[in-house]
Each structure stands twice: as structure tokens, then as C-alpha cells.
Design a protein around this ligand. Structure first.
Ligand code: PEP
Ligand code: MN
Length: 342
């Protein structure tokens, strides 16, 4: 971090400001030019807020050289992180560091028949994980809110029948006590900046699938991951799921450039949700392929055995048949990229 001081600041004020900065645990190099004095901060500046520094009268300008996140930062962890999920049958499924994780399943768990049929179909097609919402964040309070604990039980039944690890959304920390059998906890786009929730999940041992907020920047997504990591849980998978733009043709706009950007700044695996990004089933295969081509470590895709009758997000859900066709292409991409479908 570089701090330029105002011209004409008395030496004693510079000295006490320097001492204050050093008390924050950083080294401060002073360079005095003819017209400007500049302080260079070296060390971990993640705890220093540039906006608060601007409140000091002697400060002219603050330039952050290093990103404000540390644990998520590739600079401090150059190798890709890999998230291993134990299936409970002596094997583990991996996402990241060369492993492509494909998560598939309905938006919400509706019935035993539905979730088990979809779980079997996606497993057969080569998916590594089963998704399904039990607690649903819906825009309208009158829409289907998910089956809650009953939905979790049905997901667990599908897990027992297929051996697929399960991914489901947690909306409130009180739900954690019923999430014992869940393999990956999803934090939805609407909760990406629920800092109380993120802090609690920092104390949890399970991997977290952290979705990008509807209007969140890449840095905000990384800072949300940093919240969880600073609590001690480093097993995070980031998910680009589309952001709000001016165009309403698609439900959101898939920010494909977020993939290389995130991969450059963080070691955490990055997956893509082409279903929520587009909101249109026929676009899902094209965007899924584009995401892998752009370097994503996996995908989360909504698959429903009867999209017309789905209680949530039927219009963006692909059928098991369409998923089989897509997986055949993804397997070829995986070979080409020397990645393994887990
Ligand atoms: C979902 O995965 O079903 C979901 C609600 O996703 P998002 O939080 O990205 O909208
Ligand atoms: Mn959905």
C-alpha cells in the first residue's frame, strides 16, 4: 500500500502517523521528495482500510497494491486448491486442481420419485454430485419454499441409492444442525454477503459452495470467501452464476470473464452455473461448454425429469436426455484439457 501525504505536512505529524501505521503490524518506508512525501507499507495490509486512512488530514491519496484478501489470494498460495469430498464408500470426489466436478439435479427436491429418478439419471450420465434445494430462497413469499427437512431426508435417500454426494443450500445458521449428511453446503447468491452466516460457516468443517451475488463484484466475492476462510474453513468452491445487467433477454448475464479473473487472483476452484445465469434451458449446454473452455473447474446444472411440472425453475432445467448429450461432449473436453470427470 502506498500513501501519498499532503504537501507541507510537518515532520512531527509524519512521524506520529508512521508510528501509528507501524503499530498495525506493517513496515513503513518513508520517501521524501522535493514536492511530495510518500509512505510505502510492506507486509500484511489486509487489516488496513484505505477509506479510513483517507480520513486523516495529512493523507492525499492511498493506493492499494496488494488485494485486501489474503487467505484466498493466489499470491500466498500459488498452487490450485483441490476440494476433496468423501463419499463415505472409501472414495473421494474432487473439484479443482485438474479435477472437473459436475453437480447436477433439480432446483428443488419435490418428491421421492423425482429426486431418486433424477439422481440415478445424472449419475448414469457421469455427474459426480447431486444438487437439490430443500430450503429455497424465492422472490415471492407465495412461491414454493422447498420441502425443508423432509426435502433433506429425500436428498439423503437419493444419496444412499446412488452414492452421489449431495449439495444443498443453507439459508440460515439454525439449519446447520440438520445438515449433518450434506456433503457440500451451498451459500446462495442472495446470501453471499450475509456476513453472520459466512462467519459461522468459517467454523464449520464442510466444503462451501459460495455463489456470486446478483450484483457483486469479483473482489466482493473473494472477500466473502475470505470471511469463511478467516474463520478456519478453507474448503471453498466459488461459483459464477450470472449477474444483473441491462439486458432482460436472459435471466442474468453469465460473466464468463469472471472465470479467468478469479483463477488469476485465487487458488480456490471456480465452477459455473449456466442454469441460473441464463434462465433458459436451451442455452444451458452452450454456456456449460463455454465455461469449461474458459477454464472452469466444474459446473452446477439444473436437471429435471419433467421440467414442465417443476415447482421451481422448470424453464431453465434440462432433461436427463439433454444432460446425457451434454456430458458426452464435456467428457471429450475433459480429455482434451487433461482433466478427469470426478
Ligand atoms: C439455486 O441454486 O437453486 C439458487 C437459488 O441459486 P442462486 O443463489 O445462484 O440464485
Ligand atoms: Mn434454481
Amino acid at each position: 500500500m502506498i500513501i501519498a501525504l499532503k504537501h507541507g505536512t510537518p515532520k512531527d505529524r509524519i512521524g506520529s502517523f508512521k508510528a501509528f501505521l507501524e503499530s498495525q503490524g506493517v513496515k513503513v518506508h518513508l520517501s521524501e521528495g522535493a514536492s511530495q512525501t510518500v509512505l510505502g507499507l510492506v507486509g500484511d495490509t489486509s487489516g488496513i482500510d484505505e477509506d479510513s486512512l483517507m480520513a486523516y488530514q495529512l493523507v492525499e491519496k492511498v493506493i492499494r497494491v496488494q488485494e485486501p484478501y489474503k487467505r484466498a489470494n493466489r499470491m500466498f498460495h500459488p498452487e490450485d486448491s483441490r476440494i476433496d469430498v468423501d463419499t463415505g464408500c472409501g472414495e473421494s470426489r474432487r473439484i479443482g486442481a485438474g479435477y472437473l466436478g459436475i453437480i447436477a439435479g433439480p432446483c428443488s427436491v419435490e418428491t421421492r420419485e423425482q429426486i431418486v429418478a433424477v439422481a440415478k439419471a445424472v449419475k448414469e450420465a457421469g455427474a459426480g454430485f447431486l444438487r437439490g434445494g430443500a430450503f429455497k430462497p424465492r422472490t415471492s413469499p407465495y412461491s414454493f419454499q422447498g420441502l425443508g427437512c423432509k426435502g433433506l431426508d429425500l436428498l439423503l435417500e437419493a444419496k444412499r441409492e446412488t452414492g452421489l454426494p449431495i449439495v444443498t443450500e443453507l439459508m440460515s445458521i439454525q439449519q446447520l444442525e440438520v445438515f449433518d449428511g450434506v456433503d457440500i453446503i451451498q451459500v446462495g447468491a442472495r446470501n453471499m454477503q450475509n456476513f453472520t452466516l459466512l462467519k459461522e460457516l468459517g467454523r464449520c468443517k464442510k466444503p462451501i459452495l459460495l455463489k456470486r451475488g446478483l450484483a457483486s463484484t469479483i473482489t466482493e466475492l473473494l472477500m466473502a470467501a475470505e470471511y469463511i476462510m478467516s474463520g478456519g474453513n478453507e474448503r471453498i468452491i466459488l461459483c459464477e452464476r450470472g449477474i444483473r445487467t441491462f439486458d432482460s433477454y436472459t435471466r442474468n448475464t453469465l460473466d464468463l470473464s469472471a472465470i479467468p479473473a478469479l483463477k488469476r487472483y485465487t487458488h480456490l476452484p471456480v465452477i459455473v452455473d449456466p442454469s441460473h445465469a441464463t434462465g433458459i434451458a436451451w442455452m444451458v449446454p452452450a454456456m456449460a461448454k463455454a465455461a469449461i473452455a474458459a477454464g472452469a473447474d466444474g459446473l452446477i446444472i439444473e436437471v429435471h425429469n419433467n421440467p414442465e411440472k417443476a415447482l421451481c425453475d422448470g424453464e431453465q432445467s434440462i432433461t436427463p436426455d439433454a444432460f446425457v448429450v451434454l456430458m458426452d461432449v464435456l467428457k471429450k473436453y475433459a480429455e482434451f484439457e487433461k482433466k478427469l470427470v470426478s
